[in-house]
Design a protein around this ligand. Structure first.
Ligand code: ZN
Length: 405
């Protein structure tokens, strides 16, 4: 077997394509593979599919291929325009090793997709020795292509949350299928329009907004009004961790105000954010030493701890009775931040109690957020929000990429 035949087989080329010549330069660290076809070869017409199309003229084109050990490999071919025997005119054909418009072979692109899930794109670019904007173009293509085949007709329970896309007040909103644990949609912003855009995307992928019966989110008015407008049959459950965060923030505010007159509270911020069981021995003894000082912060802390028990109750009925008592206690605490937090909960009463029916939290989305933020940190940010969103799909969706094996 000659080396041309060997490379023809190695590349998986099928008739009429064959390797014509190979040039290997160890000096340039480069392997060039020249691909061609015998004179008189017949091609498939890209218009009608007839197998009787003949080459009309050719144009030379090169594609970057997978490295051959440490050598850059390139495929160069004279790509024909063909003239079909059925009278379809002169048309450019697609080559089997690359997709139209790409300067990479399919295998090279497959490698990019695999590596980009595991390491920052800039690092992939360095390893493969290509500019990262070309890699991003490939990633966008495959993600968009895979998303175009999504079937979202089964989506019934959705979780939504936002995450920072870059420094300053820049966010993207994320929409998850809570049953399949996968990212459905990501878009710039955290306003009501993001929910509108999600509903539109869902509809474009065979989903029906009327089939969405449960939504879990935080108490942001944007999400709430978006859900009411776009998913009229959905019941909202407010995420328990966001509810607790509101009360936690209130405790911290009480502490900060009290600390201006109470030096004992200096450097105790993190103690009040924790649960008693999670305190270190040192924090535990600090907490004990503060016990007999009738601190407002300690009262606020007790109110916060008690609310945690709400989420452990077995039924909605018990939950509601408990929450009523808690609300009365909190609103009579004479601690303005706690009163405000309690009123926020009161204003979202049903969505808070819906926890007992849906048992939904956005914990899944938060977990994904931390993966995404870790990837962003490793990448030292992304050039654009579009890149960030593509990375989110790459990490958070079970997309089927049509890649060669
Ligand atoms: Zn034809």
């Amino acid at each position: 077997m000659d080396q041309e035949t060997l490379f023809t087989l190695a590349l998986g080329l099928t008739s009429p394509w064959e390797v014509r010549n190979i040039r290997f330069s160890s000096e340039d660290r480069r392997l060039d593979i020249f691909v061609g076809f015998p004179r008189g070869s017949l091609f498939t017409c890209p218009v009608c599919g007839s197998k009787g199309a003949k080459a009309w003229d050719t144009a030379e084109k090169s594609w970057r291929h997978l490295n051959f050990f440490q050598h850059e490999a390139w495929i160069t071919a004279s790509v024909p325009r063909v003239k079909c025997d059925q009278g379809c005119g002169v048309k450019k054909i697609e080559v089997p090793w690359a997709r139209s418009g790409s300067g990479f072979t399919l295998l090279f692109e497959a490698m990019i997709m695999i590596m980009a899930r595991e390491m920052p794109v800039a690092q992939v670019a360095e390893i493969m020795d290509v500019h990262d904007t070309r890699l991003w173009r490939t990633l966008h293509h495959y993600v968009d292509e895979a998303r175009s085949h999504l079937d979202l007709s089964e989506v019934k329970r959705v979780g939504m949350d936002e995450t920072a896309s870059r420094r300053g007040h820049h966010y993207i909103s994320l929409f998850f299928d809570m049953d399949e644990s996968q990212l459905l949609f990501a878009t710039q912003g955290k306003d009501k329009e993001t929910v509108d855009a999600f509903a539109k995307d869902l509809t474009a992928h065979k989903g029906r907004p009327k089939s969405v019966l449960q939504v879990c989110c935080d108490m942001s008015p944007a999400f709430i009004s978006g859900v009411k407008a776009q998913f009229p049959d959905a019941e909202i459950t407010f995420d328990r961790f966001h509810i607790m965060k509101i009360v936690n923030d209130a405790v911290d505010q009480v502490r900060r105000e009290e600390a201006t007159t109470q030096p004992l509270l200096a450097k105790t911020r993190y103690i009040w954010l924790k649960n008693p069981g999670n305190l270190t021995a040192k924090q535990q003894s600090t907490m004990n030493s503060l016990k007999n000082h009738k601190l407002k912060t300690a009262r606020a802390y007790q109110i916060r701890l008690t609310l945690q028990d709400f989420f452990r109750l077995p039924t909605r009925q018990e939950g509601e009775a408990f929450l009523k008592r808690w609300y009365f206690w909190a609103t009579h605490s004479r601690l303005p931040p706690i009163v405000a937090a309690a009123k926020t909960i009161k204003n979202h009463w049903d969505g808070v109690l819906n926890w007992f029916d849906s048992r939904l939290t956005t914990g899944l989305v938060e977990g994904f957020n931390s993966l995404l933020q870790a990837a962003k940190a490793r990448a030292r940010g992304y050039r654009s929000t579009a890149n960030f969103i593509t990375m989110a799909y790459l990490i958070g969706s079970q997309l089927n990429f049509s890649l060669p094996t």
